[in-house]
Each structure stands twice: as structure tokens, then as C-alpha cells.
Design a protein around this ligand. Structure first.
Ligand code: GDP
Length: 823
């Protein structure tokens, strides 16, 4: 018996009185209905007219009947039905068995089909079948009821007298049918109205087995995924999630390979309202990781830095590298002069007319071809601060001692530094050109500090030089080259670069710029790196002669562009594989440093200050704040400050930093009753106002020694009447014009005080002094004027200076002789 048989049956059914057509307006479902009908017809046959009739238990049950139908009426109807069916029943009885078998077969097939996951169609079919089965039963009952009154053939099924179908159907219902009725009642109306959605069909299920839509969907999805291969297992992958002490939500999601949205949601469910860019602590993250079924692997900050841990180079990969030299010595013994002399003597003037670039270090080649890298930042503070940050950059120290002077405090200090760092020394006895020069006296003096030079039968090389005449320079360089040879300095140029920051600053045009001395490996354009608390990608490399280069190998100093912020001198640069690594390391360091600073800051401002004051009751302190244009100057000033003082008084640098003087600086200075020393930097407007209100003294300098002298004088209470600068006005540049015969003219607005033709002027860019000089012209409209008041516009041009830009600020000042006050 096939489906086609079924359909045929349906077709035949048309000729049978029981075939109620109208309700079968929906195609393929009809066949099923027909057979069911037969079944139903057969069942009541045993003719229980009364309630007790076999198989007709519910017939007389008033509860199964629609209201308003009496027993007698019921009985009458039943009789009518039976009468109408008499002939058919006989015939049908024979067919019923066959139909039943067919139905069973069909059921079996349906089960089979379902098992094969050809679910939708089969299910829909069977559902409709059942629906129609019931509908048909009802129609039939109606028809039968009508037929009872008149014709033996059933009337068309549209006879929908509401109170009739149920009683007719009820007697035929088996227990199972009744169970199903509940389920289907809802549907039957839909069926009749011709609406049958897949959803409804599925809801009905078959044989009482119900499945939710979601279940079905899941099942289908699984099957599909299986077919596509493998992705089913993806869900089950348990990942080991590296969890640092703090992690950004999106990064956490990435590490778990989960959707960021899902992680954010999970956090919200746990009461954490965070966005994907926020950082959460490890404990919270651990909760989430476990919730997602992954494994937590806690890592510390140090582990984060593991990616950049120094890989030991294979001996075979190592190649010779130039030595890195720092020149140290007492102030005024000629360090700077010597550095300049060496550079000028040995550096082939650059193409740009011999303009050399001061980037904090430079390389020279000796006559014998040895390459030497000099650190251009003399000063012990730079040397030690670098060492304290873990950057041992220097291979050789050249100790400068003036032949006309003696071994001085800073000479001794330099010796101590070199020894502490275990860096070999070469003594340069400078100013040998001076008549008062006495080199042997210097050699003898050094003996006392355990520096035994070769001339005194020791092993420390000593060379007599003159930075002014150039005498002995070549010998000095050869001595350095020899020392370098002994040291057998090596590096592996074929690895990711490691370097140290020599100088760093925020350049107005180029952004943060750092001079890095490559210590190992080769730094290339495009490299991704982390440096201290900053990171970046090498946008450009500029060598000590101002040339753009593609790469820098071991011991080569280069300016690096492409940083996200300004690092500090002594910070170590490491090239990393990915930007994520670089950023992560930088962020950890920044956070750690912030915590440290917060702790230190609290101690400095309150307890520590008090404690210090108590501990040194008879030593008075002069606290100061230092802000400078570059790290190098800041360190030089701090170092000089530390040296000032005697048994009664000493200078304490509360804070030193790079950049404009801010309100925070003023606040700190006020709290400690300290003056602020600005070296080539200015206070921003709000800091200036606050300082005026709070009476905090801000002093500006452009020569370190002036600053040092002032502090010295203040510390020893010997402030004499000297020249003092008064700021009389500020003007901001709106536009820059080029005027023939005059050059560049700044169209300005005087924002404060007064602009005076005869006064001194400074050009400030981002509160850093770019130029200091005088005015060539001060014009109001077309006229040259002596003064322009605040709020007015004017034209200004500098004497011998053209690099003026819109938004630059012009500071106008006068000098006068006053009695100094230094708080
Ligand atoms: P720094 O403080 O150690 O850097 O010393 P400087 O390089 O600034 O020199 C201090 C002073 O000594 C300057 O006035 C130089 O001109 C002078 N000077 C440096 N080297 C020599 C030298 O070899 N001969 C003479 N006659 N003067 C020198």
C-alpha cells in the first residue's frame, strides 16, 4: 500500500458518502484522512446504542456531549447514523482491516522517515493527516446526523452546526484519540481555515512525541555543522587563558576565543557594567573564564615581559661592535669642549653645510678606521640614572681632568661611578695647552683615588689633550680604540634590536622623539617596539648627521620616530613581534609605575617631608621643583642641585620633569613652599594664574649655570642684587605673512600685558622656548609703534629669526636690577 493508493482512495472517496470534500481543500493531506475515516466508521459498529455498548463507553456520557442534547436525541442520532451507514458499514468492515493495515504500514513508514531526518515533510503530512482525520470525523458525524433525518448519503460537510460534530465524533473516540483531541483542538480550527504553519505542524508532533522548535533547529544545526565538518567540536575546546593581574575585556575575549559581546554580557550578569575597552582585574576575569569553561593560567607582570627576555646569542653569531664612550669629569674641566672637538675633528661635515645634529650621541671614525660611539650627554646623573634603569650603555669612561686644576669632587665621583659600573677608564688630562698645566700633578693626585695611570706604571691609559688646540685628540681616540679591542665587544646584528634611550623629547613637528643607542641586534624602519612605558612602530630613523637611515646596528645611535609617548633617558627599547605584545608590556609598566609614583608621591609630600625635617633638624632644606625642556637638562639640573649645599643647608628637588609647568606642579610647589625652576619651559596659562594667586614663585632660565648659581646663592643666603627678568606681556601668533624686505611677520594678538618694541622677546611653542632675541619691528596697522596694549592686534618680526608659526606665543620681557628673592 503506497501513498498513491491512499490518494486513489481519496479519489474514490468522492463516490462514497463519507467523503466530505470541502474540508479537504488542502492537497496531499487528504489521503490520510480517508483511511482514518474508515477506521472511525468501523469502530462504533458493534452498535452500543446505550452507554454500555462495547467500544462506545463514552457515547452516553453526558459530559462528552455538547450541551443541549438529550440522551434520547443522542440515541436517535446514533441510530440515524447507523442506519445511514448500514450498507456502507458492511462494505467498510471488510475494507477496514485492509485500511488499518495500510495505516499501520504508513505509521511505520512515517517513523522510518523521521528517523532519517526527512522530518519536516513527513511530520507535516502526518500532522495534517491527523488534523483532517479529526475534522473528517466531525464532518462525518455531522453528515451522519443529517443523513439520519433524510438521505442515506451524508450531506456535504459544510453543515457546521456547532453543537453537532462533537456528539457524533465522541462515541467513536478511543482513549488514544481523546488524548490527541486536546492537542488538536487548537489546530483543527486552523486546519479548517486552511492555515497550517510549519510551526503548528511541528507543535503537534506525532504519536504524542513533542519537540520544541528550538530543539529541532538545534538538531538541524548540528547536522549541518557535522556535514560542514568539525565545527561542532569547536565549542568544546577548553583553552588555557593567560591571565595577567589586569586585562582589557576585549583582550580577555580574544584569549578565550569567545565573542566580545558574550563576555561583556557575562560580566553584566555578574554585576559588572563594563565596556569592551575597560580593564578588569584578574579575579573577575577568572570568574568569567571559568564561566566559559576555560582554564585559567595566572601570569604576573614579569611573565608578560617574558616575550622580550634576552635570548642568549650563539657565540658564532656575534660580531665585533664599536665601543660606547661616556666622558665624565668635574664641571668646567672641558667635557663639552672635548666632545665638540672630537666631533668636529672627526665627523665629515654633513651635506647640509656641516650642520651637525645633536641627538645625544654621535659616532666618529679614527684615522685607523676604528668606529667609536660617544654619548653626547656629559654628566654623572645621566650615567647613573641610566644604570639605575638597567641600561648599562657605556663601555668606556673617559675621565677628564683639567691639567691646570686638580682632582675635584666630581672627578672623584666620576671615578666612583666608573668603578661601580665596572667600566674601564681612560684619563684625559685636558687643557694641556694652558701655561699652568701640570699633567704629572694630576697623575699623582689620581693615585690617591686608586687610579694608577700607565705613566705611573699602572694599567689606566692616560693622554694629554687640549680641546682647544686639538692636541692629543688622535692619541686619545687611539687609546679608546685600543681599550675597546681589549674588551672584545661583540653583538649579534641579526636579531631583534635591544637599545637604550639616550635622550627623549616631545618635538612639536615630529611628535615624541627618542635617541636610542642600539646595543644588540639591528633596529629597522617598521619594527614594532616597547620602550619603557611607551611603545610604537619605527616610522623613521635619523642618524647623528641628520640623515634618514633604514636601519641601525649595534652601538649605532639613532633618533627614533613613531613613539606613542615620550620615554625617559635610560629606558630600554625592545623590538617585539606584535603590537599587542608591545602595548601590553608598555601598559603593565605604566600601571606599575603609576602605583609606585602614587606611593612615593604620598610619602614625599607629607610623612616623608616631616620625617626628613625631624631627622635633620639642624639642616635646613631649600625645596625646589624643576621642569625642563628635555630629560637630559632635567637630569643635569637635578644632579647639580644635589651637589649644592653645606652642613647647614641643602637643596631638595621635590620633583623634576619634562614639559610645560602645569597646575599640578604649582600645587606641589605651594604645598612645600618651593619655587619652580623652569628651564627653557614656561607655565601654561592656568598654572600661571594659580601661581599668581598662591604666591608660588616661578623662575625661568635658559642657561643651566644661571639656575645653579641662583639656587646656590639662595641656599647660602647670599642673594645679591642682580638682573631680574620681568614678563610684561604675551602675544599669540594668529597668522604669519611674508613681507618683502622684512621677511616673516607675525600677525599677533596681545593677550596679556603689553608688547614693547624695545623689550626682549622669546618665541614659545607648546610652552617650550624656541628662540630668544629682540624685535625687528612692532607694527600697529601700518605704523611702527613703541607699544601695543593687551587685546590689540599687531605685527611683529624677530631680529635674525624666521621660524615663526601660527599658535606660537611671543613672550615679552624686560630686565631690571632687583634684590633677589628665592623662597
Ligand atoms: P665642562 O663643564 O666639563 O663641559 O667644560 P666645558 O667644556 O664647558 O669647558 C669649560 C671651559 O674650559 C670653557 O670655557 C672651555 O673653553 C675651556 N676649555 C675646555 N677645554 C679646554 C682646553 O683644552 N684648553 C683651554 N685653554 N680651555 C679649555
Amino acid at each position: 500500500m503506497s501513498d498513491s493508493d491512499g490518494r486513489k482512495t481519496l479519489g474514490l472517496g468522492g463516490s462514497r458518502p463519507s467523503n466530505v470534500k470541502q474540508s479537504f481543500s488542502h492537497g496531499r493531506t487528504k489521503n490520510v484522512v480517508v483511511e482514518t475515516k474508515r477506521k472511525r466508521v468501523v469502530v462504533p459498529k458493534p452498535g452500543g446504542q446505550k452507554q454500555t455498548g462495547p467500544g462506545a463507553g463514552p457515547v452516553g456520557d453526558p459530559s462528552k456531549r455538547p450541551a443541549g442534547i438529550t440522551d434520547s436525541e443522542m440515541e436517535r442520532r446514533l441510530k440515524a447514523v447507523q442506519a445511514a451507514k448500514a450498507r456502507e458499514v458492511e462494505e467498510a468492515a471488510a475494507r477496514a482491516a485492509e485500511e488499518k493495515a495500510r495505516a499501520e504500514e504508513r505509521e511505520r513508514r512515517r517513523a522510518e522517515i523521521e528517523a532519517k531526518e526527512a522530518a519536516d515533510r513527513a511530520r507535516e503530512e502526518s500532522l495534517k493527516a491527523k488534523a483532517e482525520e479529526e475534522a473528517r470525523a466531525k464532518r462525518e458525524a455531522e453528515a451522519a446526523a443529517k443523513a439520519a433525518a433524510a438521505a442515506p448519503a451524508p450531506a456535504p460537510a459544510q453543515a457546521r452546526t456547532p453543537n453537532k460534530p462533537a456528539p457524533a465524533a465522541t462515541p467513536r473516540k478511543s482513549e488514544r484519540d481523546r488524548e490527541e483531541t486536546n492537542k488538536k483542538n487548537r489546530q483543527s480550527d486552523d486546519r479548517r481555515s486552511g492555515k497550517l504553519t510549519v510551526n503548528q505542524a511541528l507543535r503537534g508532533g506525532e504519536g504524542g512525541r513533542q519537540r520544541s522548535m528550538a530543539q529541532m533547529k538545534r538538531k538541524q544545526e548540528r547536522a549541518r555543522q557535522k556535514a560542514m565538518g568539525g565545527s561542532v567540536e569547536r565549542e568544546k575546546v577548553v583553552r588555557e587563558v593567560q591571565l595577567p593581574p589586569a586585562i582589557v575585556v576585549s583582550e580577555l575575549a580574544a584569549r578565550m576565543a569567545e565573542k566580545t559581546g558574550a563576555v561583556v554580557k557575562a560580566l553584566m550578569t555578574n554585576g559588572m557594567m563594563v565596556t569592551q575597552n575597560e580593564t578588569i582585574d584578574a579575579d573577575t576575569a577568572e570568574l568569567i573564564i571559568e564561566e566559559f569553561g576555560h582554564k585559567v593560567v595566572r601570569v604576573s607582570d614579569a611573565d608578560v615581559e617574558d616575550v622580550i627576555n634576552i635570548i642568549e646569542d650563539d657565540e658564532a653569531d656575534l660580531q665585533g661592535r664599536p665601543p660606547v664612550i661616556t666622558i665624565m669629569g668635574h664641571v668646567d674641566h672641558g667635557k663639552t669642549s672635548l666632545l665638540d672637538a672630537i666631533r668636529n675633528a672627526k665627523v665629515v661635515a654633513g651635506e647640509a653645510g656641516g650642520i651637525t645634529q645633536h641627538i645625544g650621541a654621535y659616532q666618529v671614525t679614527t684615522d685607523n678606521g676604528a668606529v667609536l660611539s660617544f654619548l653626547d650627554t656629559p654628566g654623572h646623573a645621566a650615567f647613573t640614572s641610566m644604570r639605575s634603569r638597567g641600561a648599562q650603555v657605556t663601555d668606556i669612561v673617559v675621565l677628564v681632568v683639567a691639567a691646570d686644576d686638580a682632582v675635584m669632587p666630581q672627578t672623584i665621583e666620576a671615578i666612583a661611578h666608573a668603578k661601580a659600573a665596572q667600566v674601564p677608564m681612560i684619563v684625559a688630562i685636558n687643557k694641556i695647552d694652558k701655561p699652568a698645566a701640570d699633567a704629572d700633578k694630576v697623575r699623582a693626585a689620581l693615585l690617591q683615588h686608586e687610579v694608577i695611570v700607565e705613566k705611573m706604571s699602572g694599567d689606566v691609559q692616560d693622554v694629554e689633550v687640549s680641546a682647544i688646540t686639538g692636541q692629543g685628540l688622535d692619541e686619545l681616540l687611539e687609546a679608546i680604540a685600543l681599550q675597546a679591542e681589549i674588551l672584545e665587544l661583540k653583538a649579534n646584528p641579526d636579531r631583534a634590536a635591544v637599545g637604550a634611550v639616550i635622550e627623549a623629547q616631545l618635538d612639536v613637528g615630529r611628535g615624541p622623539v627618542a635617541t636610542v643607542l642600539v646595543q644588540n641586534g639591528t633596529l629597522r624602519q617598521g619594527d614594532i617596539f616597547v620602550v619603557g612605558e611607551q611603545y610604537g612602530k619605527v616610522r623613521a630613523l635619523i642618524d647623528d648627521q641628520g640623515n634618514r637611515v633604514k636601519e641601525a646596528g649595534p652601538s649605532v645611535p639613532v633618533e627614533v620616530l613613531g613613539l606613542n609617548g615620550t620615554p625617559e633617558a635610560g629606558d630600554v627599547l625592545n623590538v617585539t613581534e606584535t603590537e599587542a605584545q608591545a602595548r601590553e608590556i608598555a601598559e603593565y609598566r605604566a600601571n606599575a609605575a603609576k602605583d609606585k609614583r602614587a606611593a612615593a608621591g604620598a610619602a614625599t609630600t607629607l610623612e616623608q617631608l616631616m620625617a626628613n625635617a625631624k631627622a635633620d633638624e639642624d639642616v635646613s632644606e631649600l625645596p625646589i621643583l624643576v621642569k625642563a625642556d628635555v630629560q637630559g637638562s632635567a637630569e643635569a639640573i637635578v644632579q647639580a642641585m644635589e651637589k649644592i649645599g653645606n652642613d647647614e643647608v641643602r637643596v631638595r628637588v621635590l620633583h623634576s620633569g619634562v614639559g610645560a609647568i602645569t597646575e599640578t606642579d604649582v600645587g606641589l610647589a605651594e604645598a612645600s613652599n618651593a619655587p619652580i625652576m623652569g628651564f627653557n619651559v614656561r607655565a601654561n596659562a592656568s598654572a600661571r594664574n594659580t601661581a599668581n594667586q598662591k604666591g608660588v614663585e616661578i623662575r625661568y632660565y635658559s642657561v643651566i649655570y644661571d639656575l645653579v648659581d641662583d639656587v646656590k646663592a639662595a641656599a647660602s643666603g647670599l642673594l645679591s642684587n642682580e638682573i631680574k627678568e620681568n614678563f610684561i606681556g604675551y602675544a599669540s601668533i594668529k597668522e604669519v605673512f611674508k613681507v618683502t624686505g622684512v621677511g616673516k611677520v607675525a600677525g599677533c594678538l596681545v593677550t596679556e600685558g603689553v608688547a614693547r618694541r624695545s623689550a626682549g622677546v622669546r618665541l614659545l611653542r607648546d610652552n617650550v622656548v624656541i628662540h630668544e632675541g629682540t624685535l625687528k619691528t612692532l607694527k600697529r596697522f601700518k605704523d611702527e609703534v613703541p607699544e601695543v596694549q593687551s587685546g590689540q592686534e599687531c605685527g611683529m618680526a624677530f631680529e635674525n629669526y624666521e621660524d615663526i608659526r601660527p599658535d606660537d606665543v611671543i613672550e615679552i620681557f624686560t630686565r631690571e636690577e632687583v634684590a633677589r628673592t628665592l623662597s
